[in-house]
Design a protein around this ligand. Sequence first.
Ligand code: UD1
Length: 323
Amino acid sequence: MAVLVTGGAGYIGSHTVALLTQQQRDVVVLDSLELGTKSRIDTVPFFQGNISDERLIEKICKKHDITEVIHFAAYKAVGESMEQPLRYYNNNVGGTIDLVRALLANGVERMVFSSSAAVYGNPASVPVTEDSPLLPESVYAETKAVMERFLASCDAIGMRSVSLRYFNAAGASADSSIGEDWSMSQNLVPLVMKAILGFSGPLNVFGNDYPTPDGTCIRDYIHVEDLADAHVKALDYLEQGGASLACNVGTGRGTSVLEVIDIAEQVSGRKVPHVVTSRRAGDPTSVYADPTLVRALLGWKATRDLRDIITSAWNWHSKIENV
Ligand code: UD1
């Protein structure tokens, strides 16, 4: 009995693999390494390949007695997705269809799926509950919404699933052994670190004229190790017979861009060079989770706060200076 983790060499995937390994669960990783990094998962059985390779999936399932899957493997760059819809639909949606077909053919009937709060688009009210309409605003988010719906439909053919709608994953492992690769990320926390360390120019703060207390956008930042824990709890929920589900994974607390900068300055003891620029197209003003459902059904809640997130990110990124 083992769990197959697709995209396990990626940022959130590798933290989840680390937690599963710590808990002595058998883990196998499938990753194309197009965006993943092998050194993040050195200690676990690994297959380099594509989720659409049904023969490879069959081989892994047979060799390792796979009983459940966590499916991270997907493209996730919002801007790129608008320019390359074929590539995104083909890899994310097409790949997931092939993967599910191969898994079912090999008797694997439980999947935890890496979804995103981006499926809500610009929500009409916060905190966002799961019954808010799905109104994705990018091709990337559309593919997540389509994959969620596809998985919900696959319940009828025996695949039970939990789609986890992540809010803003950030931070690094407590031991600083794994973290986010800023060369592949456009997300706020790694860009703040890059600016502090002088590996970029000043951070662009995308607008300070939003209707929020300090004028900057509000998001729900969740520690990547808390997020990893949500995946393990989702596996257990399905193993215990839980019904297919889509739920938020967030802290329920909103934080502004300037608050992130302020904590980063406190933690690092340095200034975050930044300039206020115009708004970024499509940025919603405020998005944070109502985490009631995930707590009730999966027994999960965030245990780390923004300071923990920023401290771990700082420890991870500032290693670059010390090597
Ligand atoms: C992110 C992800 C999205 C994911 C979602 C989860 C990206 C680009 N977006 O969106 O895929 O599904 O979380 O809910 O990966 N900001 C700046 N300057 C910067 C970068 C960001 O001011 O250089 C601000 C943004 O305007 C936003 C906040 O920081 O208010 C967070 O931005 P970002 O990390 O890109 O996350 P989201 O846009 O929320």
